[in-house]
Design a protein around this ligand. Sequence first.
Ligand code: GLY
Length: 320
Amino acid sequence: MRAAGIPTAEFGVFRDPGEAKCFVRARGGAWAVKADGLAAGKGVVLCPDPAHAEAAIAEVMERRAFGPAGEVCVVEEFLEGEEASLLAFVDGERAFLLPAAQDHKAVGEGDTGPNTGGMGAYSPAPVLTPALEETAMETVILPAVRAMAERGRRYQGILYAGLMVQGEDLKALEFNCRFGDPECQPLLMRMEEDLLPYLMGCATGNLGARPPRFDGNAAVCVVMAAGGYPGAYRKGDRIHGLDEAAAIEGVKVFHAGTALDKDGHPVTAGGRVLGVAARGEIIKQAIGRAYAACGRIHWEGAYYRLDIGAKALRRTGGRM
Ligand code: GLY
């Protein structure tokens, strides 16, 4: 990002925990300490001051809380604001944006508690205004695509930019080379045409001239998780009410950590068990439907946040 001139937080990359600790101590302020490797979306510790950051560096690098992912650690200036996810189909040169979405990464209501892979998402995300979306395209997505091509590594596929938005200011937090989960569910529920030609366009390096069409409605996905997630959780609990939930208008239940037991009955088999998604004319309706569906599904210890979409409602006064 630095090389491509993409706006992002101040950061350092370290193999030596002592150097990482000196870096935060010398600068002061709040930090995000990130395990550099893959950690199922959980490898980020937010630290209000250098003392917490030093403790987090020790956790990640010395005690290897996230395993080998903590061999290298990225220490990043803590950015204030609201996160949004902006995804694009990319064919190596061109990019077609999908509508903005917003994830809820923390396990608890009001964005409290440890980070997870994502506890719920909605689209559109009113925090990313059309003007900011254009800025993100010009300053984040296209520079990344060009930088990859210039290095002889044309990027073809879904490019996911995690953004931090504060007022009119926007910075890139991360890139993923995949759809987001659970952002994908509401986004694809809003897509008005077949996905395959766009994936083929990415794969063959020719997206064509026409961007994909998305409806003007809203969609929400509430993640139902096993009790204890993102810490230790049980598996093998029978899931009830799936058909009753799917019968609600606009609702689709996506399976994630599920399996069938020996009698062919769905059981829990992972931390994030189901993505309960719903469409609506406005976000308020989509939220109502998704939660009505969650209310029909149960297993022992099932957990879900009750405030998915609340930020969008606050921002729009429930009008969008
Ligand atoms: N929901 C965040 C991600 O897929 O990375």
